[in-house]
Design a protein around this ligand. Structure first.
Ligand code: ATP
Length: 256
């Protein structure tokens, strides 16, 4: 039976500025909106529009300059360590740049087992079994997983980063440009895999990318960003067919 849909994350007037004085950059301007437990939202916009900033704020990797993110009604800024652990189990983030997101002293496999040790009750054998199943699903083998992060290509490391997020079976995946580093031939299978994961686990997805075809394929809702603001948000088919904002129309035209 399908789990009931609910608002997993709620952002209220969320804003972020970097720098000070004349060099101050307003990366995100007062974003208010929700991410549901089983919707798939694609975030598109040109480079510098604030997509990554929004995703990092939603996952608590950065502190907002003002406003807040609420997870099941709790402000991320005031979670206890125990609640933080619950949040990490429920919301997993896959970053755009995987070159620094793995500990170079650990094997990739150990980096996959570590979040399971921290966030789940699985014993070592069960965790290993789950890691192997996820690696196989992503077309990665256990021998490569015994290597270090710099032993594999950027595209493979990206797939290991996806695996590391999936092994804890999150309710929401926040993906920042996760297929851009992959060969076109692999991109399609990873997108399908993410859709399958969401469908079979009743999980939500926030998919940040400037690749419009991939984002439209994977999402059921599109959010268009420009200069730190959300210009429009609506069902994919509707946004593609009749964009409400001229900027979106231009963006879609440029991508076609
Ligand atoms: N750590 C930072 N320090 C200073 N400025 C930053 C930082 N992170 C982002 N910015 C600036 O904030 C603005 C929004 O950047 P952000 O990375 O969120 O956009 P984006 O839409 O994700 O772009 P891309 O698709 O290129 O990743 C940009 O002007 C960027 O230069």
């Amino acid at each position: 039976m399908r789990k009931a849909n609910y608002t997993l994350l709620q952002a209220e007037e969320l804003a972020k500025a970097y720098g000070h004085g004349r060099s101050k950059v307003a990366a995100l301007l007062a974003f208010t909106g929700e991410v549901d437990s089983n919707g798939r939202v694609g975030v598109i916009g040109e480079s510098g529009s604030g997509k990554s900033t929004l995703s990092r704020l939603l996952v608590g990797l950065e502190r907002p300059s003002s406003g807040a993110v609420f997870w099941n009604g709790r402000n991320l800024a005031s979670l206890t360590p125990r609640e933080w652990r619950g949040f990490r189990k429920e919301v997993q983030y896959i970053a755009q740049d995987t070159s620094s997101s793995f500990d170079p002293r650990r094997s990739l496999l150990d980096s996959l087992l570590q979040p399971m040790r921290w966030l789940t009750d699985l014993d070592h054998g069960a965790a290993l079994q789950r890691a192997e199943a996820v690696l196989t699903m992503l077309g990665l083998d256990i021998a490569a997983a015994r290597g270090r992060p710099y032993d594999v290509s950027g595209g493979q490391r990206q797939r290991f980063a996806i695996a590391r997020a999936l092994v804890v079976q999150p309710s929401l995946l926040i993906c920042d440009e996760v297929v851009s580093a992959l060969d076109v031939s692999v991109q399609g299978s990873i997108l399908n895999l993410l859709v399958d994961y969401c469908a079979s686990n009743d999980a939500g997805l926030l998919f940040v990318s400037h690749g419009i075809p991939a984002t439209a394929f994977i999402s059921d809702e599109l959010m268009v960003m420009h200069r730190g603001a959300v210009l429009e948000r609506g069902p994919v088919a509707e946004v593609l067919r009749a964009p409400a904002d001229p900027y979106t129309a231009g963006l879609l035209k440029a991508a076609s």
